[in-house]
Design a protein around this ligand. Structure first.
Ligand SMILES: C[S@@+](CC[C@H](N)C(=O)[O-])C[C@H]1O[C@@H](n2cnc3c(N)ncnc32)[C@H](O)[C@@H]1O
Length: 323
């Protein structure tokens, strides 16, 4: 499956005259070793055990990504699939409905999508990348708009497995997941019409470098769609936590809305548009039966004004800009 995906991507890149196809192939081959680690086995077994499920019906138009109707499988097979899906927990992004099995993920990801939706460029026929695509929730949402090709990159084997199981049932051939990271995005020089960079920027110590790399992966006049954790405030400043922010160790610059706009401008983007920002809440991110660990309410005080470390509680910021 992984190698089949690799060949599809390499063919697409050759057709787009990608300069670095060989380097990308080499990287993908190296990342294949992630799947061979002993720790990956538990994520690959469910994929193998449920490879026979094929959905006749899919619907990506609504808040829930629907793959297969309940009547397409009998109860015994549904239970088998349920066990496979459960063994791939935790599910962070969603919701999904899979042959009638409702995956209530930690994040109500449609909220993010719906905030961007009226502002997105036309996605039809476009070559798109979703950086840090997790289980592919937004790749399926994008597929509804009939893109030419959607590459999702995320180095996490668990999410690769969740996506691969979902798409082995959905059978959407122009969705492609690779175990690559944002640090590789510049290799796709001039390839994408649209790049989604959501929930990524504050996890990197050099956000401007990341934005410049994303810019180089865009075609002329291509779009970056950015969503970031942030803090409230009118000044263009970023919080830089000593160790953790909202319990997350890998958090670096947490910008105000105008700071994120300046990040984009200083990285060389034009037509920078701040779409909106909102206070983060447990309505959006919470523990469920499919993600049983701590979630947003455990990361902030009761009033949702401060993180557990005493920093200002997070907001989420949305912006779109052009190369
Ligand atoms: C906060 S989540 C955001 C997921 C999704 N983009 C969203 O907005 O809902 C961060 C994601 O980045 C992935 N990730 C971790 N390291 C990465 C890297 N070096 N490059 C790209 N993605 C990475 C994680 O596996 C995770 O799926």
């Amino acid at each position: 499956m992984y190698l089949q995906g690799k060949n599809l991507l390499l063919n697409k890149l050759s057709s787009l005259d990608c300069k670095n196809t060989d380097k990308i192939e080499e990287l993908i081959d190296k990342r294949y070793s992630f799947l061979l680690r002993e720790s990956s086995e538990r994520f690959l077994v469910p994929l193998f055990e449920s490879r026979d499920f094929k959905a006749e019906f899919c619907d990506f138009s609504g808040d829930t990504v629907v793959i297969g109707r309940p009547e397409e499988v009998n109860n015994e097979n549904r239970e088998r699939l349920y066990n496979s899906l459960k063994s791939l927990m935790p599910w962070r992004k969603g919701p999904f409905s899979v042959f009638g099995i409702e995956i209530d993920a930690e994040w109500r990801s449609f909220r993010k999508w719906n905030r961007f939706k009226p502002h997105l460029p036309d996605l039809k026929g476009k070559v798109i990348c979703d950086i840090g695509c997790n289980n592919g929730y937004y790749m399926f949402k994008t597929a509804y708009h009939k893109p030419d090709f959607v590459l999702g990159i995320d180095p996490t084997v668990q999410y690769y497995s969740q996506f691969s199981l979902l798409n082995s049932m959905a059978g959407i051939t122009n969705l492609n997941f690779q175990l690559l990271g944002v640090e590789h995005i510049h290799l796709f020089e001039g390839i994408f019409d649209v790049v989604f960079l959501m929930g990524i920027l504050y996890h990197h110590p050099n956000p401007i470098d990341i934005l410049k790399k994303v810019k180089s992966s865009l075609k002329k006049d291509g779009y970056i769609v950015v969503e970031s954790q942030g803090i409230e405030g009118d000044l263009p400043i970023a919080l830089f936590p000593e160790k953790r922010y909202a319990k997350v160790p890998g958090t670096y610059f947490v910008p105000t809305p105008s700071c994120l706009v300046n990040f984009l401008k200083r990285a060389g983007f034009k037509d920078v548009k701040l779409i909106c920002y909102h206070k983060m809440s447990s309505e959006e991110q919470r523990s469920t039966d499919w993600m049983v660990y701590q979630s947003y309410k455990d990361f902030v005080n009761e009033e949702n004004t401060l993180t557990v470390e005493g920093y200002p509680a997070p907001i989420r910021i949305y912006a779109i800009a052009k190369k």
